[in-house]
Design a protein around this ligand. Structure first.
Ligand SMILES: Nc1nc2c(ncn2[C@@H]2O[C@H](COP(=O)(O)OP(=O)(O)OP(=O)(O)O)[C@@H](O)[C@H]2O)c(=O)[nH]1
Length: 259
C-alpha cells in the first residue's frame, strides 16, 4: 500500500477515498475484483527546471490524459509516481492501488494527468483481463524497470506488444520506458545503452532515473510523456470543474465511503 504521505508535498493535494468495482472509466465494468483506490488531486505546480519555466502565456490548451504506470515488482513504480507528485522519496510503499491527479504545464499545454500506479501483486492476481481494462482506460503509459533487475527489463517488449495490440486502431500510443534505481550503479545489470536501444526499437521515450535521489528525473519522465501525447489524444477542457467531472465519471459506478 502506498502509505499516506505524512508530510505532503509543497503541492496542495486533496485526497478522495473511494472504492471501485473494477477499473475506472469506460471499462470499469462489473466482474472485476473490487479494488481500493484513492484519488488525489493537486493544484498545478511550476517546474523547477529553468527551461520549463519559459512557458507561453496564457495557457493555450487545457487537457487531460490517463497514465498507467506498469512494470515488474519492486522496480520503483510507486517511488517514481510519488516523487513526481510530492517531490519526495518516502522509502517504503505498500501494494494498494491509487489513482492520482496532477497538473503539469508543458509547452503551453496544461495537462491534467490521472496517474494509475498498479502494484505488481495486482497484475499477478488476475488472468490479464484486468490489465487489459486498465490499458483501455489509459491514454499513455510509463513502463518502469530497475537497472539492477534484468528480468524486469526483459519483460518490456512483451508489455509494449500487449499495449499496442490492446490499443490497435487507436493511433499512436505514447509510451515512455524508465530505467529506475540509477543510483545503484554497483548493482547495475542493464546498461544505459541497452535501455536506450530497446526504447528506440520499440518507438518509446527513454529515461534513466533514480527516484530515490532526485525529483528532476521523475519530472522529466512526465514532461517527456506529455510531449509525446498528440493534441488529438488529449481530452480537452480540463479545469477545476473538469476535475470534479472526471472524478464523478471515473467513480460513478460504485462509490463508497469504505476507506
Ligand atoms: N536505491 C533505490 N531504491 C529505490 C528506488 N526507487 C524505489 N526504490 C526502492 O525499491 C523498493 C520498491 O519500490 P516501490 O516504489 O514500492 O516499487 P513498485 O514497483 O511500486 O513495487 P510493487 O508495489 O511491488 O509493484 C522500495 O524499497 C523503494 O524504496 C531508487 O531509485 N533507488
Amino acid at each position: 500500500m502506498i502509505q499516506p504521505i505524512l508530510n505532503p508535498a509543497p503541492c496542495s493535494c486533496r485526497q478522495y477515498p473511494v472504492a471501485l468495482a473494477g477499473p475506472p472509466g469506460a471499462c470499469g465494468g462489473a466482474g472485476s475484483a473490487a479494488m481500493g483506490l484513492r484519488l488525489r488531486r493537486s493544484a498545478s505546480f511550476t517546474p523547477e527546471h529553468p527551461a520549463l519555466l519559459e512557458l507561453p502565456s496564457p495557457i493555450a490548451l487545457r487537457a487531460e490524459a490517463n497514465v498507467l504506470v506498469m512494470g515488474a515488482d519492486s522496480v520503483g513504480k510507486s517511488a517514481l509516481t510519488v516523487r513526481f507528485l510530492t517531490r519526495r522519496f518516502i522509502g517504503e510503499y505498500g501494494d494498494m492501488e491509487f489513482i492520482y491527479s496532477h497538473t503539469l504545464t508543458v509547452d503551453g499545454r496544461e495537462v491534467l494527468f490521472h496517474i494509475w500506479d498498479v502494484p505488481s501483486s495486482q497484475d499477478q492476481a488476475d488472468d490479464g483481463s484486468s490489465e487489459e481494462k486498465r490499458i483501455q482506460w489509459a491514454d499513455c503509459f510509463i513502463l518502469v524497470y530497475s537497472i539492477c533487475d534484468r528480468a524486469s527489463f526483459n519483460l518490456l517488449p512483451l508489455k509494449v506488444q500487449f499495449i499496442r495490440a490492446a490499443k490497435e486502431g487507436q493511433g499512436q500510443v505514447p509510451i515512455v520506458i524508465v530505467g529506475n534505481k540509477r543510483d545503484l550503479q554497483h548493482r547495475r545489470a542493464v546498461s544505459s545503452e541497452e535501455g536506450r536501444l530497446l526504447a528506440l526499437s520499440l518507438d518509446c521515450g527513454f529515461y534513466e532515473v533514480s527516484a530515490a535521489e532526485a525529483y528532476h528525473g521523475a519530472l522529466m519522465v512526465f514532461h517527456g510523456l506529455a510531449e509525446r501525447i498528440p493534441d488529438t489524444r488529449l481530452k480537452r477542457g480540463a479545469s477545476i470543474r473538469g476535475i470534479v467531472k472526471t472524478v464523478s465519471a471515473v467513480f460513478a459506478r460504485k462509490r463508497t465511503d469504505s476507506l
